[in-house]
Write a protein that binds this ligand. Structure first.
Ligand code: ZN
Length: 183
């Protein structure tokens, strides 16, 4: 896993084990991922799982969101989908060309589907999601040659931080549940 924000230049990352996707990321990727992580940290205040996404065009964040599944009681209210919808509204176009989507956790089948439909050319994500990730974990949609749009994927940016955030959140939930039981 990548330490973060330790990557200071554009050189390939030494010791990076996952070779499925591109192994080079840039300084600005770390910076935007840090912004996404800051937003993810706000999610638990609303009882939401700490996952957040940003859409960036020309170095400017055009949309951002964290998960709102609990708040909205909407199974599709994932951070990526909310950010994509917001960006399409903002730009008055469903085609989100020349953008990069940053998300703290590997997208699921629904979200990578939406990324393809929105023609987003570049995806940068943090931690892998071994239970639901569709960009290499349970399946690998982006390199699928039968799709009419290809997404360049960079994985593992600030992955440790993202994973720690999720682990802390679920540890907290378990502790709460245990306290309720014993109380
Ligand atoms: Zn999703």
């Amino acid at each position: 896993m990548l330490a973060c924000p330790s990557s200071q230049d554009d050189v390939p990352i030494a010791g990076w084990n996952h070779s499925r996707h591109m192994t080079v990321h840039h300084d600005f990727d770390v910076q935007f991922m840090q912004q996404a992580l800051a937003l993810a940290r706000e999610a638990p205040l609303m009882g939401e799982v700490p996952i957040a996404a940003l859409l960036v065009r020309d170095g400017i964040v055009i949309a951002r969101a964290h998960n709102l599944r609990e708040t909205d009681q909407d199974p599709t209210a994932h951070a990526e989908l909310l950010a994509i919808r917001e960006a399409a509204r903002q730009t008055k176009s469903w085609r989100l060309t020349e953008t990069t989507l940053y998300v703290t956790l590997e997208p699921c089948t629904m979200c990578i589907g939406a990324i393809v439909l929105a023609r987003i050319p570049r995806l940068v994500f943090g931690a892998l999601d071994p239970k639901a990730g569709a960009c290499g974990s349970i399946m690998d949609i982006p390199p699928e040659p039968r799709l009419n749009h290809r997404v360049d994927v960079i994985e593992g940016v600030c992955a440790e931080e993202s994973q720690a955030l999720l682990q802390d959140f679920f540890r907290g939930l378990r502790k709460e549940a245990a306290q309720r039981k014993s109380g």
